[in-house]
Design a protein. Structure first.
Ligand code: T3D
Length: 271
């Protein structure tokens, strides 16, 4: 059930595009600050499967249409008014948010989140699940869950203390304050805050750089850094050895070394 009529029922809630190795996914419900409906989750999942299956994709960017990035769950997508039948939110997390976070983390390429505007609730934490987060100066991050009696989901309770420490994580999660993009960058929650006027060109430059990088090497970096969250030093050293062995056989490694020796720019193919 949707409490709001969509502005245009034929408008896709997810826009997908791939060009020059850059896959772009745009959350596209701008009038509702790109909040998630079941339909949008379905379209997003299909788009992520397209990226996964497209051998030409070497970087993914996730962003939002309009003035917001994503306001989390669409609170009007189903009836939760007092007196109505209770909703099983565990089912929603299991079906939609948990697989989404895991899919973003597992993609074997860098995932850049271009936070163009406010990121609230699950919208904030889905941004944090991406590998590199760049935010426009006018954007903000809000752990809005406490305002409606919920716990940060989509990995929020995991990412926040790891990125900014438990004191700040607890404050954000319990108070639900708006954290400016600039403060988020200063705290180490995100990679960078960029002036609005320079945001699009900055994101494009990063995407071009990532799309021309040794993709397998970047995927291995992602895997190794994620693994530190559950391993001890010895296991991590083993993983680094295994990844390095694998990458040593890659065409991009050979190209990188040959380019260095020849003092010319490398031409990586992602192989
Ligand atoms: O439920 C489950 O399945 C479990 C999973 C939960 C995950 C979650 O994400 S729970 C948290 C849900 N999100 C929120 O609680 C955030 C709600 N939104 C806000 O607090 C504010 O909209 C913002 C702080 C994000 C932005 O404020 P502002 O003043 O810039 O914009 P606005 O005027 O509030 O919003 C613009 C429109 O978008 C407005 O509609 P209107 O008045 O123009 O018709 C507003 O109602 C709508 N909107 C914004 N967020 C949501 C939303 N509509 C539905 N659901 C939303 N989350």
């Amino acid at each position: 059930m949707n409490g709001h009529a969509e502005a245009n029922v034929s408008e896709p809630t997810i826009l997908y595009d791939i060009r020059d190795g850059i896959a772009r996914i745009t959350l596209n419900r701008p009038d509702r600050l790109n909040s998630f409906t079941a339909a949008m989750h379905g379209e997003l999942r299909a788009a992520l499967e397209r990226v996964q299956g497209d051998k030409s994709a070497r970087v993914l960017v996730l962003t939002g249409a309009g003035r917001g990035f994503c306001a989390g769950q669409d609170l009007a997508d189903r009836a939760v008014a007092p007196g109505s039948a209770p909703v099983d939110l565990g089912h929603s997390i299991e079906t939609y948010y948990r697989p989404l976070v895991l899919a973003l983390r597992a993609l074997p390429m860098p995932v850049l989140c271009a936070v163009n505007g406010v990121a609230a609730g699950a919208g904030a934490n889905i941004a944090l699940a991406c590998d590199i987060v760049v935010a426009a100066r006018s954007a903000a991050f809000i752990q809005a869950f406490c305002k409606i009696g919920l716990v940060p989901d989509s990995g929020g309770t995991y990412f926040l203390p790891r990125l900014i420490g438990s004191a700040r994580a607890m404050g954000l999660a319990m108070l639900g304050d708006k954290l400016s993009a600039q403060q988020a960058a200063e705290w180490g929650l995100i990679w960078k805050c960029v002036d609005d006027a320079a945001f699009a060109s900055h994101v494009d430059a990063l995407l071009a750089q990532l799309a021309e990088a040794p993709t397998r090497g970047l995927a291995a970096i992602k895997r190794a850094l994620h693994a530190t969250e559950g391993t001890m030093l010895e296991a991590q050293l083993d993983l680094e050895r295994d990844l390095q062995r694998e990458l040593g056989y890659s065409a991009d490694y050979r190209e990188g070394v040959a380019a260095f020796i020849a003092k010319r720019p490398p031409r990586f193919t992602g192989e």
